[in-house]
Design a protein around this ligand. Structure first.
Ligand SMILES: NC(=O)c1ccc[n+]([C@@H]2O[C@H](COP(=O)([O-])OP(=O)(O)OC[C@H]3O[C@@H](n4cnc5c(N)ncnc54)[C@H](OP(=O)(O)O)[C@@H]3O)[C@@H](O)[C@H]2O)c1
Length: 299
């Protein structure tokens, strides 16, 4: 049995299996669990006595974390300590979902697991601190990912690329920065990756993210062209415009290298174009490659 914290969120709701206990702080969740409550965390985990706990409960908004670091640490660090202690008490494996934002973005190529962490903001620092407590457990996995896209169980869509496609479809011009590089990830692939690592009884630190290392601008253009939308509506903008709106600093280059997880467990990086195909179909749009095929088959 696998227990998930923050299980109604994007990552938690994309882990599959009929042996899942989904817990969350949100209203209406089947098993309510606030991970900042040490007693409740220990009680809920002891009640189900799971083989593994996938810990997704967190504050995930960098600007919110920067504005309120105390409560960010309460959830992201103290919450993780509570979950780790409860896992130790029942002998469960702890799978901790972490982020590319533990890196400073000065390395131009995607980061590998052993690259030194140098977080630029409270969000990344809180994840880096939490990782240290997770490492104190023998049976743990730290799994870092970057810029996930997809849908939650409540149907809510998460991801920058949805904003791009919706705007272009409405004929709206958009401004996108050409400087923030990352490896966008299909949340379904990431959910499958978590499941595979648990099923294989893996341990240690891994990266799992997308197979394309792109700037936001390049990703927006790729998505537009793939969807047959007008990419000329995407205008390059200067990072300084965005920086005025942000409270937390973001790394310029923050992709993740997935070679280790492929080598150790045969798990491939997430396929960015396959994700676009799937999401376009889901939203009723036909990917351009499909349109071409459809037109050709009519001839
Ligand atoms: N999504 C990404 O692109 C991405 C990339 C890299 C790493 N990650 C990491 O992956 C993990 C999961 O992220 P996600 O994208 O699934 O985020 P999410 O959709 O916001 O899910 C997190 C869930 O945890 C809940 N939560 C917040 N505080 C809690 C508490 N004290 N106790 C229990 N649950 C609590 C949230 O409830 P509320 O919504 O009510 O706050 C939400 O339902 C996080 O650690 C995140 O930093 C995500």
């Amino acid at each position: 049995m696998i227990l998930v914290t923050g299980g109604e969120g994007l990552v938690g709701s994309n882990i599959s299996g009929d042996d899942l206990i989904v817990t969350d702080i949100v209203n209406g969740c089947k098993e309510h669990l606030d991970v900042t409550d040490a007693v409740a965390t220990e009680a809920v985990i002891a009640k189900y006595n799971p083989d593994a706990v996938v810990h997704c409960a967190a504050w995930i908004e960098p600007d919110q974390c920067e504005r309120d670091p105390i409560n960010c640490y309460r959830t992201n660090v103290m919450g993780t300590i509570n979950v780790a202690r409860a896992c130790r008490a029942v002998g469960a494996k702890l799978v901790y979902v972490s982020t590319q934002l533990i890196f400073d973005g000065k390395k131009r190529t995607p980061y590998v697991e052993d690259d030194p962490a140098e977080p630029l903001q409270q969000y990344g620092l809180s994840h880096f601190c939490a990782e240290q407590y997770v490492k104190a457990l023998d049976n743990h996995i730290i799994l870092r990912t970057s810029l996930c896209h997809g849908q939650c169980s409540n149907g809510r869509r998460y991801g920058f690329v949805y904003w791009v496609l919706d705007s272009l479809e409405a004929g709206k011009e958009i401004q996108v920065v050409d400087t923030l590089w990352t490896t966008p990830t299909d949340i379904k692939d990431f959910g499958r990756c978590i499941r595979t690592l648990i099923d294989r009884d893996a341990t240690g630190t891994y990266h799992h993210a997308g197979d394309r290392y792109l700037s936001r601008y390049a990703y927006a253009v790729l998505a537009a062209e793939h969807a047959g939308l007008d990419a000329s509506l995407i205008k390059k903008t200067n990072l300084s415009v965005l920086m005025k709106k942000w409270v937390a600093t973001r790394p310029l280059y923050a992709g993740l290298n997935c070679d280790k997880i492929t080598m150790d467990h045969g798990i491939q990086a997430s396929d960015a174009l396959a994700w676009l195909n799937g999401s376009l179909r889901q939203s009723g749009r036909a990917p351009r490659s499909m349109l071409r095929r459809t037109r050709a088959s009519r001839k």
